[in-house]
Structure formats: structure tokens, C-alpha cells
Design a protein around this ligand. Structure first.
Ligand SMILES: Cc1ncc(COP(=O)(O)O)c(C=O)c1O
Length: 393
């Protein structure tokens, strides 16, 4: 099977991890020999409620047996999508009341950028260095990593880059700017949190010059940082919120959310201003609804901050320089990239799943299911410390 995987399925790197999966449940992924691998990555922040959460499985199964795809986005009234978007609006600030459902994070970013251009009549975008917003042309154009972009030029023109957390750079947001797009917490860069009032200052500058603020919460959203959305920590409400990843606990999804007035721009001039065949798919919407209901009727989100404390208490070692991030979006910063590689590979052998971050080679990613138990955290941290102890310079 591994040989077929490497040949028939397109690859993204020369050295994929090649764990052969037979099933997954809770915080564990099981391989072909039924060995349990403790998952500290959660499909890269996607499996919010763990693998195959019974309520998500039940919602998907029920919906799949009633109807699946019936029409392109936005034409027919389908209960799962309506119930989901209504519940989401009730949990968000009043200006974030209307949701456009799509199939992935990058597609949601494309929609948000188009909406900002259409609504403001401007075309310039301000984005942050070291940001990551996705891999299609528009989202890649506003992502910061030059090394990932240069092979694919020309990209969409008109993006100015600023440094995240630099107040000095806010002057680059001008009356020509359609939108500023930022991750609320920078992911690929090493889980960099915004300094105190940085986001509020960005928002104030946007308001001053008539630009829109787009916050990308594709990774930190849905409880991962101890609030339903990370912007709630920073008293800054975006004009357009972009979500995805953990939204449906492991099903492919994305969405952008804005005021009804803003969103109406996609209905005219041109009509069909943004369209998608599968966006709002009822099975995915049912999974999203089950996830959101579970998150908001349990202690899962509050417990995230306690679990962060436990990780920070247990992960102490001379090679650990810092633990960045918030809640269960943690980057363990090691002394150098060699130690990081050693820890990820050593733990993989001992059946603890860890991963890297996109642009920060010294970081080990810890983004487990939010449902992970304290016992599982303790076990995994013990394996990380063992891996660090076994590193030979
Ligand atoms: C902050 C952020 N934005 C956008 C994306 C792109 O989402 P997707 O991979 O679903 O297209 C990601 C995915 O890692 C992300 O972390």
C-alpha cells in the first residue's frame, strides 16, 4: 500500500510520514497493525472534538441518509446550512450575521478578498509578513513566505506586506486599501500572538481610511484558544471573519462571515459574484452544526485553558526555550531545528504524533483534539521529555 501511495497519489514532499491508517477514535489514530498513536496534531487543528466524535458521526450519517448534494450553493433552502449559520450568528458580534459556506480555508479567503474588493471598489490588500492564508493563487498572493511563492509568479498584484505587531507599519494602510488581512494568531510563523492592543489599532486605522479588516481564524477558531474565536481575547471584531479547519471536526469546510449588508455585494454587479457547487453541502453543514452545538453546550472550550497550563507545567527541559501560542494551539520552541526534527521523529516511533510548523523550523506543533484528557496530555508530554533526553548533540 505504501508503494502505491507514493506512486499513484500525488505527493507534497519527498519524505511523507506514511503512517498507514486503519481507523481513528478520540485522541488516537490506529495503524494497520492496530497500534494506537496518540494524536497531538488533530489533522493540523482540524479534529476539534477528536476523531469520529459520536455526535458528529451521527449527524453525518443521518444527513447522508436523507439527502446529500442537491443543488449548487445558495439556491435551495437546506436545513443543516440554515440552522448552522443561524446558530453561528447568535454566537458572534452583531455585525457578523451572514455566513457564506465554502469547501476549504483557502477558498474562504478567496471569497473574503473578493468581497472586500467588491464592497470597497478598491483593489489593494495589506497583509503580514510570515502569514499563511492558503495555497490558491489569491490566498498565496497575500501569504508572506516568499520561498513558497516565487515559483508560481506572477501572482495577484496589489499586496503590500507589513510586519505583524508593528505599529509603525500601520501607516501603510491607506485610503487605497480595500482590506487588511491578518491571522488573529500567526500560525505558520510560530504561533505568534498579537501584542496587547495591536489588533485594535489595526482596526482603528482601517476605520479611519475606509478599509475592511479581515481576520483569518481558520486555525485558532472554534475554541482552540479558549474562546470560541481568538479575536474575543483582543477586543477587536473584524469586518469579515474567515473560518475553516476545526469547524466541522474533521470534515472539509470553510466559510467567511460578514454583515448582511456587506454580503449582499455578492448578489449583484455582477450577479453570482461568488459561486461554488459544493459549498454549504448538507452533510458538511450537519457536521459543523453538531460540532458547534457540542462546543457551546459543554465545558470543552473553558477546559482548553486548563489543558494549556498542564502542557506548560509538564514541558520543562533545558532544550525548551519557550512555549508560544494560546490554549491548545501551542508551539514548543526548541534550541535548534535539529532537536525539533529529532523530537518529532523519535516521538513518531513511540507512537506520539507531533508535527512541524510551516516557516519556523525550531517549533514543534502541539494542537491536539480539544477533547484530549489530562491523562493523555501527561502521557504525551512524558514521551516528549524522553525524546529530548535522548537527543545527542
Ligand atoms: C491560518 C490559515 N489560513 C488558511 C489556511 C488554508 O486552509 P485550507 O488548508 O483548508 O485551504 C490554513 C491552513 O492551514 C491556515 O492555517
Amino acid at each position: 500500500m505504501k508503494k502505491d501511495f507514493l506512486h499513484y497519489q500525488a505527493q507534497t514532499s519527498p519524505h511523507p510520514l506514511t503512517l498507514q491508517v486503519s481507523r481513528a477514535s478520540g485522541s488516537y489514530i490506529y495503524d494497520q497493525d492496530n497500534n494506537a498513536h496518540l494524536d497531538f496534531v488533530a489533522g493540523v487543528s482540524a479534529c476539534t472534538l477528536g476523531h469520529c466524535h459520536p455526535k458528529v458521526v451521527a449527524a453525518v450519517t443521518k444527513q447522508a441518509s436523507e439527502y446529500m448534494h442537491v443543488m449548487v450553493y445558495g439556491e435551495y433552502v437546506q436545513e443543516p446550512a440554515v440552522a448552522y449559520t443561524k446558530l453561528l450568528a447568535s454566537l458572534l458580534p452583531s455585525n457578523l450575521e451572514t455566513t457564506y459556506l465554502v469547501n476549504s480555508g483557502t477558498e474562504a479567503i478567496e471569497g473574503a478578498l473578493k468581497l472586500a474588493k467588491r464592497a470597497t471598489g478598491r483593489h489593494k490588500i495589506v497583509a503580514a509578513r510570515n502569514s499563511y492564508h492558503g495555497n490558491t493563487m489569491g490566498s498565496m498572493s497575500v501569504s508572506g513566505a516568499e520561498s513558497q511563492k516565487s515559483a508560481f509568479r506572477p501572482l495577484v498584484p496589489g499586496t503590500t506586506f507589513i510586519s505583524f505587531n508593528s505599529e509603525k507599519d500601520l501607516a501603510k494602510i491607506t485610503t487605497e486599501t480595500a482590506a487588511v488581512i491578518l491571522e488573529t494568531i500567526q500560525g505558520g510563523a510560530g504561533f505568534i500572538v498579537p501584542k496587547n492592543t495591536y489588533l485594535q489599532k489595526v482596526k482603528a486605522r482601517c476605520t479611519e481610511v475606509g478599509a475592511l479588516l479581515i481576520l483569518d481564524e481558520i486555525q485558532p477558531g472554534f475554541g482552540r484558544t479558549g474562546k470560541l474565536f481568538a479575536f474575543e481575547h483582543y477586543n477587536c471584531t473584524p469586518d469579515i471573519l474567515v473560518i475553516g479547519k476545526g469547524m466541522a471536526s474533521g470534515m472539509p469546510v470553510g466559510a467567511f462571515v460578514a454583515s448582511n449588508e456587506l454580503m449582499k455585494n455578492l448578489q449583484t454587479q455582477p450577479k453570482l459574484g461568488h459561486i461554488t457547487t459544493f459549498g454549504g453541502n448538507p452533510v458538511i453543514a450537519a457536521a459543523s452544526l453538531a460540532t458547534l452545538q457540542e462546543l457551546t453546550t459543554s465545558n470543552i472550550i473553558n477546559d482548553t485553558l486548563e489543558k494549556e497550563k498542564l502542557f506548560k507545567k509538564l514541558l520543562k527541559h533545558e532544550y525548551i526555550k519557550e512555549i508560544r501560542g494560546k490554549g491548545l494551539m501551542l508551539a514548543v520552541m526548541l534550541a535548534n531545528a535539529d532537536i525539533t526534527n529529532h523530537v518529532v521523529m523519535h516521538c513518531a516511533k513511540n507512537r506520539l504524533i507531533l508535527f512541524w510548523l510551516l516557516f519556523e523550523p525550531k517549533a514543534v506543533r502541539i494542537s491536539p483534539p480539544l477533547t484530549i484528557s489530562n491523562q493523555e496530555i501527561t502521557l504525551g508530554c512524558k514521551l516528549i521529555i524522553e525524546a529530548l533526553n535522548s537527543y545527542k548533540k
